[in-house]
Design a protein around this ligand. Structure first.
Ligand code: DGL
Length: 255
């Protein structure tokens, strides 16, 4: 087994989870994989994405843990031919946490089109005897991934317009809002601007809590490694990260 924790997303979203893990468990070696060659995941078919996620997991299968820091990829985990003990999906954990803090009204789930179609959030929220309002939001992924092409004002205005179009009709019906796509953590200030106060739930903290119970984390380590890879164009990914103030050095990986 390799003493490394691998964090996988289609692009920029999972970096929020990666940051939290690095901060909370600094004595681990980390590899982040942004599968930008296949971005976006949320508009792919279940069959295609299942194969892709299986290929990524296979590549890193002898790692200490593989965190699927992507809700869409987590949605297809049940359909893989083989299940792996070291793979951590994020939907059930996030749905359970959101259900535990929901008090009045429903839980709004904004996620990619495929995540909503596959219904894992709706299923786990129902298992907690709570109501969900599922909303398809792959357009928001495109916005976040293209931030580097816009100035702050255009980005802000585009975000507000999308939120008003997709979500304003649900205002007053929920007290808990699941950012059911890791990309959406970047948009919380804009959600708040239009929708006001709510319990905005991201997966970062619940994943970190769960990891503690799943693996033995190192107490010390000299020079732990942090590698950020993309399957796409590394210069482009570097610029995208910079636009979100994620200052990591991107390397290429072919999988
Ligand atoms: N960040 C991913 C998620 O959490 C998906 C974005 C995409 O569509 O590629 O679902």
């Amino acid at each position: 087994m390799k003493d490394q924790i691998v964090v996988i997303d289609s692009g920029l979203g999972g970096l929020n989870i990666y940051n939290t893990l690095v901060e909370q468990f600094p004595n681990e070696n980390y590899i982040y994989v942004a599968d930008e060659a296949y971005l976006p995941y949320g508009t792919k078919t279940k069959e295609f994405l299942t194969k892709r996620v299986e290929a990524l997991i296979n590549h890193f299968k002898d790692s200490k843990a593989i965190i699927i820091a992507c809700n869409t990829a987590s949605s297809v985990l049940p359909f893989m031919e083989k299940q792996y003990d070291n793979v951590v999906g994020i939907i059930e954990l996030t749905a359970n946490y959101a259900s535990s803090i929901n008090q009045k009204g429903s839980i709004l789930v904004l996620a990619t089109n495929l995540t909503i179609e596959l219904g894992e959030y709706q299923k786990h929220i129902k298992l907690n005897n709570k109501e969900s309002i599922p909303v398809k939001g792959s357009d928001f992924v495109t916005l976040v991934e293209n931030k580097q092409t816009m100035d702050d004002k255009i980005y802000h205005d585009e975000a507000i317009k999308l939120i008003e179009n997709k979500l304003l009709e649900h205002l007053g019906k929920f007290d808990t809002f699941i950012c059911g796509c890791t990309h959406f953590g970047y948009l919380i200030p804009y959600f708040k601007e239009v929708l006001g106060d709510a319990n905005y739930v991201v997966s970062d903290f619940v994943v970190a809590e769960s990891l503690k119970t799943k693996v033995v984390l190192n107490k010390t380590k000299s020079n732990p490694t942090r590698l950020v890879y993309t399957t796409g164009n590394k210069d482009e990914f570097q610029l995208k990260m910079q636009s979100l103030k994620m200052n990591y050095k991107a390397e290429s990986i072919a999988i």
